[in-house]
Design a protein around this ligand. Structure first.
Ligand code: 2P0
Length: 320
């Protein structure tokens, strides 16, 4: 009655922002991401009839504040009549640093919970369950370049291209570890209700998805760079125009963007993307990784720099 699974965070190149159904946590738009490899979260789930409530330890400490969301996710996977669970989560990267730890955590949680109960769920089923807990988590069930599409009554997720076929590198500049001013789920709702740009954002997403999909299949770095930066800045424009405004950037975020622009003018193959936080992720060609790391490390306000390749989807860890 126990199992362990591992999943990596993913970075969206074409962003998920907005929900079409908050109750079922269904996204308003499709998205495209890359699953990382060097960073990961391991989740161990042990179902125990002797427990009268769920327990959660994250990186060795009791994590009571995160427990309700984990318990709800376990209810979704196993049903409300399930046994209570002892859940242990370990991540090899800072979990509150805006590096999509909720994606790796919920992807690993659904895979471990399903296996612990003896279910033989398909990866499609696990992606649907992970998406109920956190929209971006559905993408971490898959490796490589991943697309999440809206289907009639849910989502459909799959790999467009694997990371070995196009081994780009991702360099993340951490500019602040302070908690987010507003969580992404709540911020999406503010955008949907109040941003004058929201409907246009939703309308244009299919076009950006098609461009990015095509760029990935053709391994056209310039085309992917252009549409990914555009989609990222468009999402942040939707947020900035919301009431109240949702601004996740700090001065170092903008300094990193300027640094990437300088690198690009020097011929470096790199582009930026920014999620619901102040960190800047730079996707680059493998031969340019050292220059990107060096440039971001020397940018004012950057606290640390992490680098990763593109990895596989969530997996069960043997021996448990
Ligand atoms: C993404 N983000 O596509 C976008 C880009 C942030 C900006 O998915 O409300 O934690 O749990 O479904 O997946 C972050 O939001 O949102 C996110 P919920 P999630 O990666």
């Amino acid at each position: 009655m126990r199992a362990t699974a591992r999943a990596q965070p993913n970075i969206a190149l074409i962003k998920y922002w907005g929900k079409r159904d908050s109750q079922r946590n269904l996204p308003a738009v499709g998205s495209i991401s890359v699953t990382l490899d060097e960073l990961y979260t391991t989740m161990r789930v042990e179902l125990d009839g002797a427990l009268d409530h769920d327990e959660l330890r994250v990186n060795g400490s009791d994590a009571r504040s995160m427990l309700p969301r984990v318990s709800r996710c376990l209810d979704t996977v196993l049903g409300a009549e399930r046994l209570r669970a002892r859940v242990t989560s370990t991540s090899n990267f800072p979990i509150a640093a805006g590096l999509a730890s909720s994606a790796s955590s919920f992807a690993a949680l659904v895979a471990a919970a399903s296996a612990a109960s003896g279910r033989n769920s398909t990866v499609e089923e696990l992606a649907g369950l992970a998406g109920r807990a956190s929209g971006s988590a559905a993408r971490s069930l898959y490796g490589g370049f991943v697309e999440l599409r809206n289907a009639a009554d849910g989502i459909a997720v799959g790999t467009i291209l694997d990371g070995d076929t196009w081994p780009l590198r991702i360099v993340a500049a951490v500019t602040s570890k302070a908690p987010k001013p507003v969580g992404s789920g709540e911020a999406m709702e503010v955008s949907r209700r109040t941003s004058p740009f929201y409907s246009r954002w939703v309308e244009e997403q299919e076009m950006d998805l098609a461009t990015a999909r095509d760029a990935i299949v053709m391994r056209d770095f310039g085309k992917l760079a252009s549409v990914a930066e555009h989609n990222c800045l468009k999402m942040h424009s939707v947020m900035w125009a919301s009431r109240p405004p949702v601004v996740y950037w700090n001065a170092a975020t903008l300094a990193c963007l300027e640094r990437v622009r300088e690198l690009q003018s020097e011929g470096v193959g790199a582009f930026f993307t920014i999620d619901a936080g102040p960190q800047v992720k730079v996707v680059c060609l493998p031969g340019d990784e050292a220059r990107v790391i060096d440039a971001l490390s020397g940018t004012d306000g950057v606290e640390s720099v992490l680098a990763s390749g593109i990895g596989a989807g969530a997996t069960l860890v043997n021996g448990d």
